[in-house]
Design a protein around this ligand. Structure first.
Ligand code: 5GP
Ligand code: ZN
Length: 112
């Protein structure tokens, strides 16, 4: 499959990995938008949150818990933001579900 995040999981595209288990992979964003910017993805190809199925409930939970664990490990005790860009109007540019973990600076509302 021609998916850059599947290739990152497979190791055929290099990444700065921060975590991996049987279902979840996490790595530094190549173009960070905050002092800490980590992407947390399912190893299984799910194109977007809109494509998640009831049987994906377990991995969706694992993704969120991984974000919280990584935030703790990376010293984001003062807070952080989790973003899931979904579809063209949601600003999604890579069609493999990913959670952005952003932290290390003050976040603002509304986002762009
Ligand atoms: P989206 O725009 O879909 O919300 O997020 C996609 C993210 O993937 C962007 O923040 C972009 O910088 C990141 N990204 C795109 N290609 C690569 C890559 O090859 N390696 C890494 N580490 N991040 C990537
Ligand atoms: Zn993929």
């Amino acid at each position: 499959m021609d998916c850059i995040f599947c290739k990152i999981v497979a190791g055929s595209i290099p990444s700065k990995k921060v975590f991996e288990d049987d279902q979840v992979f996490a790595f530094h964003d190549i173009d960070p938008k905050a002092p800490k910017h980590i992407l947390v993805i399912p190893k299984k190809h799910i194109a977007s949150l809109a494509d998640a199925k009831p049987e994906d409930a377990g991995v969706l939970g694992r993704l969120l818990l991984t974000v919280a664990d990584l935030a703790r490990e990376h010293g984001l005790g003062k807070g952080y933001r989790v973003v899931i860009s979904t579809g063209p109007e949601g600003g999604q540019t890579v069609d493999h579900l990913h959670l952005h973990l952003l932290g290390g600076r003050q976040m603002h509302w509304p986002p762009g």
